[in-house]
Write a protein that binds this ligand. Structure first.
Ligand code: NI
Length: 137
């Protein structure tokens, strides 16, 4: 049985769409819709995987942000103090004149780490957050 298809309209910044289009062109997608479907599937998979993970984990939270966005650096530092008991260390990389990469090494209960990731993700000015768990104890 074929699944019913729903059409949606999405508003995007022009630069984001241009970047997306150039990536899907390189990757050989035949249509933008197909690439967006794949991206949404990946997003759902990643979220479900993160929801499922439990217990003690060791990993790294990569946070990409623009340091000139007001308050974002302080917010990220504040969150690291709040979650100090699951943070081993962190490293800051000035990627270019604008962008920063904060790599936060985490070790502890996945439920707490997930909260940290959610809080960083919902911080204004944060461009991207990715949690990679290295070892499951
Ligand atoms: Ni920086």
């Amino acid at each position: 049985m074929e699944e019913h298809v729903t059409r949606i309209g999405v508003s995007l910044p022009k630069s984001l769409l241009e970047e997306f289009d150039s990536i899907i062109l390189n990757r050989g997608y035949s249509s933008r819709s197909e690439a967006i479907r794949d991206a949404i599937r990946n997003y759902i998979l990643e979220y479900k995987w993160m929801e499922k993970e439990e217990g003690e984990v060791v990993g790294v939270v990569n946070v990409l942000y623009s340091h000139s966005f007001k308050g974002v650096s302080d917010a990220i530092t504040g969150l690291q103090h709040e979650f100090y008991n699951v943070i081993t260390t962190s490293m800051h990389v000035h990627l270019d004149k604008e962008m920063c990469l904060e790599m936060i090494l985490v070790r502890g209960d996945m439920q707490i780490i997930r909260k940290l990731v959610d809080r960083i993700s919902s911080t204004k000015g944060v461009a991207n957050v990715k949690l990679i768990t290295a070892i499951k104890e």
